[in-house]
Write a protein that binds this ligand. Structure first.
Ligand code: ATP
Ligand code: TZP
Ligand code: MG
Ligand code: MG
Length: 271
């Protein structure tokens, strides 16, 4: 993928203002809505079983996030997911905390089995546990590395038959054949809760405007990482509160020139 294509995709999100339907967790709801608005997308959170199918059908993408699961919300996710699948609306899954409890692991795997998931985005432990491996995880945060994350992302994409976005210091985006390794990002992102969840919804916004899910996800991850780097530069030596606000500002302000100058990724053909 060319750098210019990534800048064009950002312009398309801002021009098309896609509606992103989120069924997400109670920790990150407000941050996710504000992050999508800052980027130029249009967020909606809707959970009731009576309305989720209608909302999912009219959305540009549906984001399912299992961060604070409840039985009724799982049913809503299945209803919304099936409606989205029937209407060609891409569904993106964030398996928050998969591997930490049996309920989370089983629910993430059930959503993968019963729905057509276009992209799954998680940390290494979450991706491993959804793919049937047993990497350690502490609550919702990735545990110590248990192996080669590149190999894990590729094998998970093949096994789950979907695009995998595995995030951490470097991010790996792969469909099992082509892989992007994105070097952008900043450690301050780990000091603000919900930055992984917001990234999943930002991927949703890009997927709503670009049918090639691999390119959409790679563009979203790269832009997100560059915005974080600029925000961290502006707030150097200050705390996470200041960074959180400046990061939202940079999702709004980031332009094509910043992107071309700072984006850093490599593309690999796997087989
Ligand atoms: P975890 O709960 O393990 O923190 P998460 O769901 O919050 O996972 P992350 O893996 O933290 O998701 O990814 C969120 C964003 O933070 C991504 O853009 C990723 O590139 C970035 N990121 C995470 N860790 C680092 C790091 N050490 N250096 C740079 N960027 C990072
Ligand atoms: N607990 C349940 S969901 C959640 C916490 C702290 C938010 C996790 O957000 P992220 O994006 O994975 O850091
Ligand atoms: Mg994180
Ligand atoms: Mg997460």
């Amino acid at each position: 993928m060319k750098k210019k294509e990534i800048a064009i995709l950002l312009d398309r999100v801002r021009m098309e203002n896609p509606l992103v339907h989120n069924i997400t967790n109670v920790v990150v709801t407000n941050f996710t809505a504000n992050g999508l608005l800052a980027l130029g997308a249009s967020p909606v959170m809707a959970y009731a079983q009576e309305e989720v199918a209608e909302m999912a059908r009219m959305a540009g993408s549906l984001v399912l996030n299992i961060g604070t699961l409840r039985h009724e919300v799982v049913e809503s996710m299945l209803i919304a997911g099936k409606a989205a699948n029937e209407h060609g609306v891409p569904v993106i899954l964030d398996p928050v905390g998969a591997g930490a409890t049996q309920y989370r692991t089983e629910t993430a795997r059930r959503l993968m089995e019963e729905l057509e998931i276009a992209i799954i985005r998680g940390n290494a432990s979450e991706i491993a546990n959804v793919a049937g491996e047993h990497w350690s995880i502490r609550g919702v945060d990735a545990g110590e590395s248990n192996g080669d994350v590149f190999e894990l992302a590729v094998s998970a994409a093949k096994k789950l038959k979907t695009v995998v976005v595995l995030t951490g210091k470097d991010d790996i985006i792969t469909d099992g054949h082509t892989a992007f390794i994105v070097h952008n990002g900043h450690p301050m992102l780990t000091k603000v809760t919900g930055t992984g969840c917001l990234l999943t919804s930002v991927i949703g916004a890009f997927t709503a405007v670009e049918k090639n899910t691999l390119k959409a996800a790679a563009a979203a991850v790269t832009i997100y990482g560059v915005a974080a780097e600029i925000a961290a530069d502006i707030c150097a030596n200050q705390g996470p509160g200041r960074f959180q606000i400046e990061f939202l500002n940079q999702l709004y302000l980031i332009g094509g020139n910043d992107l071309i100058e700072k984006m850093s990724f490599t593309q690999k053909e796997v087989d």
